[in-house]
Design a protein around this ligand. Sequence first.
Ligand SMILES: [Zn+2]
Length: 327
Amino acid sequence: MRWARSLSTAVLMVLTALALAVAVGVACTPQQTEAVASRTPLRVCATIFPLYEFATRIAGERAQVSLLLPPGADVHLWEPGVDTLRSLGRVDLLIYNGAGLEPWLEKIVAAASNPRLRLVDASEGLALHPMGGGEVHGHAAGEKARSRGAQEPGAYDPHVWLDPVRAKRQAANIRDALVAADPEGKNFYSARYDALARRLDHLDFLFRTVLAGTRHKDFVVSHAAFGYLASRYGLQQIALTGPEGEAEPSPAHLAVVAGLYRGGGRRYLFIDALHGGRAAATVAREVGAEVLALHHLAALTPTQATAGEDYFSLMEENLVNLYRGLE
Ligand SMILES: [Zn+2]
């Protein structure tokens, strides 16, 4: 681990807890069963990486799970291609994030013309942060229970999976959709969901415990993807670009952010490698800030994908980096 040399005692404690969590997660993973030998696996497609991982962990060998957004893609700029449309022709369940993240959803479903295709809104029932107003400054004014089917891009902050508590609800929605599509697998899916839910609970516990004691409570980040995470743990994100992925921050906004570094006290700037990194790197140079990574995880970077990183390993790295940046 490349940051191992600079770890403080507290961070080592986090890592010990993480190691235990991994052991628990392994111990709780249900044994594979022989129940699926004779049936055709369900074909499931998830739009973004976290939902793909949750579906894979819950469905096991009862489903073939594929992922739409390729490694390295910026979720806010990506457009589905011909291959996507072709692959959806054979899919039973399409799991999407919702909350306006996938403005191309209707288009690809119509183009797939697959009467068997069922749509699963993973954010069903989640409280969402409305977008706009002071959002770029990281302050979500309030939460609003989403109205059913609210899909307008730009109405809500879509980055719900970065809050472990909301992520657990997304996993439950995925479990329910798998059970509805394949009722015989109910016990199988439920047991595997329970194991995943325990890991998400533990992740939430770690974030709560580690971040409760930090000296600083706000952080500057290249991409406003961390609003749910921040508000869950009593923090505030100050983002260079908005949650919808505006290309470049305005000079006026850059000046405001640069001003936050004057007078000392603030040393770090967080960069999300897949969005807004270039403008943020310029700001970091100008103000002399040290750069730390925060991963938004809608897609992995190609390096992370090759290294076999997953939702938990990267959220744990997010936690270690947040702790360093806020302590
Ligand atoms: Zn985003």
